[in-house]
Design a protein around this ligand. Structure first.
Ligand code: FPP
Length: 246
């Protein structure tokens, strides 16, 4: 069981980030370093997910989004895709009850129709089971690509204009935001990427407009909840201006 929040332990007048999003990168390099298979690297990476969840709950973060599988990841070798899907099945079957007990709500974003039917079913069941939980919302991005998400939103809005339900003048930033899969989820305040790479890789492009970024040299399987707390501490030193003057 995850202990209660320790957000009061942070010595800053700024609030902890409401939404932290993580690009979990470096499983492959961890596997090379440890001289094990890439599959083993992903397995260790899936164990680090628990560390991120515990860190988020302890910190008092309300939303944690994890980039688990991108639209582009389908282009990886068949064996690796199948390892990742196997891990996902294992994760969903083993962790959902625990997440539910901990009061965590699960939401999946991404092109879920591309996932195997049994995984789609497990995701739908997990979302239904945890729908009323409120301690932390865990958003898992699966078969997710931000450009695809924005394109779908554009089509959705265009169809509404075509049918006369929405006037052209009524297309606003709020309407675009609420046409995305992250509808109802606040934009991320902090985006962390592990492994030393410094790019967004088609992750939350619209939602990241005013996010703070933190690029860590640690490989994802080595991620711990202590690193999560350090990331929050780092965020608390940032001055957020949203384009305005200090
Ligand atoms: C990037 O490492 C990581 C991924 C493509 C997958 C992330 C998946 C997990 C952490 C495990 C499954 C998640 C859940 C929620 C069960 P990489 O392979 O690109 O590493 P590299 O850049 O070092 O090769």
């Amino acid at each position: 069981m995850v202990p209660d929040t320790t957000s009061a332990a942070y010595s800053s007048s700024q609030s902890v980030p409401q939404h932290v999003a993580v690009i979990m990168d470096g499983n492959g390099r961890w596997a090379v370093r440890e001289k094990v298979s890439r599959g083993q690297g992903h397995k260790k990476g899936s164990e680090a997910v628990r560390q991120a969840i515990e860190g988020a709950v302890e910190a008092g973060v309300s939303y944690l989004t994890l980039y688990a599988f991108s639209s582009e990841n389908w282009n990886r070798p068949q064996e690796e895709v199948s390892d990742l899907m196997g891990l996902l099945r294992f994760y969903l079957s083993r962790e959902i009850k625990r997440l539910h007990k901990e009061g965590i709500k699960l939401k999946v974003i991404g092109h879920r129709e591309r996932l195997a039917e049994d995984i789609q079913k497990m995701v739908a069941q997990a979302e239904a089971l945890t729908a009323d939980n409120s301690r932390l919302t865990l958003v898992i991005a699966l078969s997710y690509g931000a450009r695809e998400e924005i394109t779908e939103a554009a089509k959705h809005i265009a169809a509404k204009v075509q049918s006369g339900d929405v006037a052209l003048e009524d297309i606003s930033e709020d309407l675009v935001s609420s046409s995305l899969q992250t509808k109802g989820i606040p934009d991320p305040d902090l985006i962390i990427r592990t492994s030393g790479e410094q790019r967004l890789s088609n992750f939350l492009l619209w939602q990241a407009a005013y996010a703070e970024f933190l690029f860590l040299d640690v490989l994802w399987p080595d991620f711990t909840k202590e690193i999560f707390h350090e990331a929050v501490q780092n965020y608390l030193t940032r001055e957020r201006r949203y384009g305005a003057r200090p």
